[in-house]
Design a protein. Structure first.
Length: 228
């Protein structure tokens, strides 16, 4: 294989970037921890902007350590926290609040209430998952109910959700299946934002915040590196 491969591991307590050469030997690496936020017992949050900054920073470190530039990369792979949830404003790319981390247990009562309504079998049938605060649906429901203006923004199509577990690179028909699954299943957790058609101004799942659309550093600019 010609060229270099960049691997980004966006983990729960730190972000790590590693550059591999064409023989899959480590050519450069970087790592940076970020803040763990505990608003109350059982709650765990991260600052999404700090996560982004840690990714850009560690990529710069790895490229510098390898002595290459971003244009020398042949491929890039990312792994992340999966069930951690971020919602941001569509127009600005700014998060509406801190990310709710996969470890967070604030929605335990939501899940217990859904179980009392005998809805766990429906959730499992639709998603293959059990009802547990670990998963993202009730985290999103909590945001819509507790973050000022979140439900109204979502209803107007002004919010985007970051989630990776089940929805990689969906084509048009995949979006329709996603919409159906969200409406049929997550609506039971009071998540109504998928009621409008995906792609027609509704709040929807997306690949991530368009930072350059908000006047910030996008991937192309944020990952540029020149040899000193």
């Amino acid at each position: 294989m010609s060229g270099y491969v960049l691997a980004i591991d966006q983990g729960t307590t730190s972000t790590r970037a590693i550059v591999f050469d064409g023989d899959m030997h480590v050519a450069g690496k970087g790592q940076k921890e970020f803040t763990q936020i505990y608003p109350r017992s059982g709650w765990v949050e991260h600052d999404p902007e700090e996560i982004w900054d840690s990714v850009v920073s560690t990529v710069h470190m790895a490229l510098r350590d390898a002595g290459i530039e971003a244009r020398d990369l042949a491929a890039l792979g990312i792994t992340n926290q999966r069930e951690t949830v971020v919602v941001w404003e569509r127009e600005t790319g700014r998060p509406i609040q801190n990310a709710i981390v996969w470890q967070d247990r604030r929605t335990a009562s939501y899940c217990d209430n859904l179980k009392r309504q005998d809805l766990e079998r429906l959730f499992t049938k639709k998603t293959g998952l059990i009802l547990d605060p670990y998963f993202s649906g009730t985290k999103l429901s909590w945001m819509l109910a507790n973050v000022k203006g979140a439900r109204a923004r979502a209803a107007r199509g002004r919010s985007l959700l970051r989630h990776d577990r089940h929805f990689p690179d969906l084509a048009a028909d995949g979006w329709q299946e996603l919409r159906h699954r969200c409406h049929q299943c997550l609506a039971h957790a009071d998540v109504q934002y998928c009621r409008k058609r995906v792609g027609r101004g509704s709040a929807r799942y997306s690949e991530g915040p368009r930072r350059d659309a908000a006047g910030g550093q996008g991937l192309r600019r944020g990952f540029r590196h020149r040899r000193s």
